[in-house]
Design a protein around this ligand. Structure first.
Ligand code: MD6
Ligand code: FE
Length: 216
């Protein structure tokens, strides 16, 4: 929280170390916003957003799609990674170059050099959508970090501990923020609160989150 002391401007990215394995890069993706949104629109044309169903039979309130070799999916059969889109039978679109550049730069700046994601889950939240507290644990390899990019409306991010009972910290993730977490924090519980109404200059009344992982 010392960025102001060093003359950082509000519109310049700055990094905040949240804990041993986690860095919050405020505004890091802002300068790539147009490229990122163009790439998302291109992915959406090949693999549309859809509301998946949890193993317990609940429709998820965030709409999702994927790019990369592996896509995260859920249905009555469970949570897993799939190499093709169950909706079309086609492989997922490739991870766009601008996604890879951003994700690996953010990881490297957080102490995780050489991050090469093979999965990118894209979540789209409308007003009222949320994601309950969970761990990301469907991946083969927990030694790689997760890189999470937020675009559009702000949201309250719940950043918990390694057990469900630990009370989560609440962070407001803004457009362009990137969180990188790994190492001792890789299996922390986390979630997002219900999206509040608003109008973002680029995305309108929605929030998009990209999460990059090494799944396979
Ligand atoms: C979201 N993100 O921000 C949901 N998972 O919309 C996640 O579930 C997440 O942001 C692992 C690491 C970072 C994340
Ligand atoms: Fe997650």
């Amino acid at each position: 929280m010392t960025a102001d002391l060093f003359g950082a401007q509000d519109d310049q990215p700055w990094a905040e170390h949240l804990s041993a394995g986690t860095v919050w890069h405020h505004g890091l993706a802002v300068k790539h916003e147009v490229q990122l949104m163009t790439a998302i629109a291109d992915i959406e044309r090949q693999a549309g957003f859809r509301h998946m169903v949890t193993p317990g039979g609940f429709r998820m309130s965030a709409a999702m799609t994927n790019c990369g070799q592996f896509g995260w999916v859920t249905d009555q059969g469970g949570y897993r990674y799939a190499e093709s889109d169950p909706q079309t039978g086609k492989v997922w679109p490739d991870i766009p170059e601008c996604f890879l550049t951003l994700a690996s730069a953010a990881a490297a700046q957080s102490g995780y050099p050489g991050f090469q994601p093979d999965a990118c889950l894209i979540n789209r939240y409308e007003v009222g959508s949320r994601m309950s507290l969970h761990q990301d644990k469907n991946e083969q390899d927990f030694s790689a970090p997760i890189v999470s990019v937020s675009l559009g409306l702000p949201v309250q991010f719940q950043f918990g501990g390694l057990t469900r009972k630990e009370r989560p910290a609440r962070l407001t993730l803004e457009h362009g923020d990137v969180i990188v977490w790994g190492g001792p924090d890789r299996l922390r519980y986390h979630g997002v609160g219900a999206l509040k109404s608003g109008e973002h200059r680029l995305l309108g009344a929605c929030r998009i989150n990209l999460t990059f992982r090494k799944a396979g």
